[in-house]
Design a protein. Structure first.
Length: 241
């Protein structure tokens, strides 16, 4: 296994009396696509928010690139795509990208190069001058994904990145994630889509704020009588009540 990029130890978090995360332990390596899979409300989004530093656990510790989170110094090396699109709808797609590139201190030729790369990756090159308020939901997701990749981060954290994106583009995005993995990037993806889960190197199955199983898709499939990932999830307690 590669060098650990994201480490979560004994993490617990509650909102009021509701326990959201319980005793979470996790390691995600550089050069790995790691999937968090589970039904809506399982705690996946809260977990990635704690990893990014947007939420703080009640107990436990999270480190990213050997720095304890939250840590402003590491933020510039994390590409984060939230489940809800954080875009300025009164600006064009390009203006949104320019704004976030400036936040990441990208300047001159480097800024231009990264915007062109990110726009091409999500097939938005012809839409850059359109106002985001005119974008469909899928186009907004694509723009959010492009923005998360602008600063060429070492750690990419993507919360349901391909929701609303057509199958052909989804495949090209996953091909690019594979290439980024080969460059040594650490990629953490949340999903509830089984065919995407199967593309991950390793998975953690999340249920009721707990990790109920961790392994490669093949290891998890091998623990079922059918050899199917969906059945592994059901077998480990993933049935929604």
């Amino acid at each position: 296994m590669g060098e650990v990029a994201v480490r979560v130890d004994n993490l617990a978090l509650s909102f009021g009396k509701k326990q959201i995360l319980t005793d979470i332990g996790l390691e995600v390596n550089k050069g790995e696509i790691f999937g968090l899979i589970g039904p809506s409300g399982a705690g996946k989004t809260t977990l990635v928010k704690v990893i990014v530093g947007m939420e703080k656990g009640d107990t436990g510790e999270v480190t990213v690139l050997d720095k304890r989170m939250p840590n402003l110094g590491v933020i510039g090396n994390i590409g984060y795509m939230a489940q809800s699109d954080a875009l300025y709808i009164d600006l064009t797609a390009k203006e949104n990208m320019e704004f976030f590139a400036a936040l990441y201190s990208l300047k001159g030729a480097k800024r231009k190069e990264r915007i062109a790369y990110a726009a091409k990756l999500v097939n938005l090159e012809g839409e850059l001058n359109k106002q985001v308020s005119d974008f469909s939901g899928g186009m907004k997701r694509r723009l959010s994904l492009a923005i998360s990749m602008l600063q060429d981060p070492d750690v990419l954290i993507l919360d349901e990145p391909t929701v609303g994106i057509d199958p052909e583009l989804r495949k090209s995005i996953w091909d690019e994630l594979d290439m980024l993995k080969e460059q040594g990037k650490c990629i953490l993806v949340t999903t509830h889509v089984m065919d995407e889960a199967e593309k991950c190197d390793r998975l953690a199955m999340v249920r009721n704020g707990k990790i109920i199983a961790v392994g490669t898709p093949q290891e998890l499939e091998a623990k079922t009588s059918t050899g199917k990932l969906e059945d592994a999830f059901l077998q480990f307690g993933g049935v929604q009540s």
